[in-house]
Design a protein. Sequence first.
Length: 162
Amino acid sequence: MKNPILTVCRWFVLRRNRSTVPTTLLPLREVRSATVFVDTTVEGEDPARISRAIRQFFDYHGIPVQVICPQKRDLNLLGCLKARVRGSKENPRREDLFISLAASAENFAAEYEARCSTARFKVGRFPLPGDVFDLVVATPESSEAGQAAAFAAIKDYLNKIR
């Protein structure tokens, strides 16, 4: 059962910090920096291996990337990333591409980062209310595709966007 007070507080935080930057599909040649959210709560997946694959892809394309693999200690009471991980208001993250590899739509930290990111192009695995993502790469319901497989599919789509 969800805590109604926590739900209301999260709603206010999302409303106060949401991004108003217009988003659209961008080709890789227009992306100057990227941020990728890797879900560390998934059993049986190695976030370090996924991070290496992400860094290898973006290094090949010459795009600086920040990979966020939040641990329990990196989250505040509401479930958002702490300022030391996210970036302070005086020194915010600047990215053109945001990718969420969250394993479920119930991951509040991933939802918060997606809604509050100032990226011009957002990619996710699950649609969120309000059309947050420009591109949604959903896994088939018959398979249990992990984050590595989802990132491989996202890479293919990013390479095809012209």
